[in-house]
Ligand binder design. Structure first.
Ligand code: BEZ
Ligand code: FE
Length: 305
């Protein structure tokens, strides 16, 4: 503790008690949650700095990196979310906020490409509206609650990359907005189905500071092939997740740590002209089935298990 002619100065800055001194400065924060968050932030941040002991030049480089991250953001580009993604923080927040187990469908990151609303479509529609090249595919599923009751009228919002790994919003001249997106409603039995093509694995954006970080650390930028699915229904907890294509490269090293085993789905090859005709697809085609089990919304009444 620093001393003065009048004795020790209690709030003065000392390396040994830096976190306590700074945390105490927030002690009168009226909102208890904000106070709790700031207290933990200060303690962890000071612990981190004491652990790493950056030089002043290193700290300035860190601030420059965060400044560049902010300057890369605009209405559609969100480099801070991408940074949170590649540090695994987005997945950690998702996972900590999901009710555990009980066969509920697991959540994963939303990602930056849900920028435009998906066009409403009818069950059975083809979301590959422009007939882009790719393996034809049928995706089916059924939305149920945690006790297995079908959820009729749930919105099932899907978006995906094409067979070259691009979303419509990444190729504005080539792909029309709404290609490979669709907003469906489950039928009376909770079922949904639509036609599409099998998506490809693809790189996350690397032309900003997050790309610099990946290159500096020898990490790759790829995500395994997946279809995004967001399901919502009244009284039930909304779910944002993916179906990952079994066998895709990068399932074991997703750049944003989004893979969960339960979300890896077999896109089975079906060679059956009658089934192909019934689905409205050429033969052969691929078929993926994705059951969706939703939790009760917080505060909603209903069976507990
Ligand atoms: C995506 O799957 O669309 C995505 C998720 C996180 C970062 C970049 C892309
Ligand atoms: Fe994606």
């Amino acid at each position: 503790m620093t001393t003065s002619a009048a004795g020790p100065v209690p709030g003065s800055f000392e390396v040994d008690r830096s976190a306590e001194v700074v945390a105490a400065s927030f002690a009168r924060t009226a909102d208890p949650r904000l106070r709790e968050v700031l207290d933990s932030l200060v303690r962890h941040l000071h612990g981190f700095v004491k652990d790493v002991r950056p030089t002043v030049a290193e700290w300035e480089a860190a601030v420059a990196f965060l400044t560049a991250t902010g300057q890369t953001c605009d209405d559609v580009r969100q480099e801070f979310i991408l940074l949170s993604d590649v540090l695994g923080v987005s997945m950690l927040v998702e996972s900590l906020n999901q009710a555990a187990g009980d066969g509920l469908t697991e959540a994963t990151v939303e990602g930056p490409f849900h920028q435009i609303p998906s066009p409403p479509r009818r069950l059975g529609d083809d979301i590959n509206v422009a007939g882009r090249p790719g393996e034809p595919c049928l995706i089916t599923g059924r939305v149920v609650d945690r006790v297995g009751r079908p959820v009729a009228g749930a919105t099932v919002d899907v978006w995906q990359a094409d067979a070259s790994g691009f979303y419509d919003v990444q190729r504005p001249g080539e792909l029309a907005p709404g290609e490979l997106r669709g907003l469906f409603r489950s039928d009376a039995d909770g079922r949904f189905h639509f036609r599409t093509i099998v998506p490809a694995h693809y790189p996350i954006p690397t032309d900003g500071p997050v790309g610099d970080l990946l290159r500096a650390t020898g990490r790759h930028e790829y995500r395994p092939a997946h279809v995004h699915v967001a399901v919502a229904a009244p009284g039930l907890r909304s779910l944002t997740t993916h179906l990952f294509v079994a066998g895709s490269p990068y399932l074991d090293s997703d750049a944003v740590f989004g893979v969960k085993d339960s979300l890896i789905v077999d896109f089975a090859r079906v060679d059956d002209p009658a089934r192909a005709a019934a689905a409205g697809l050429p033969n052969p085609f691929r078929h993926a089935d994705f059951p969706v089990v939703l939790d009760r919304a917080e505060g909603a009444k209903g069976p507990a298990s």
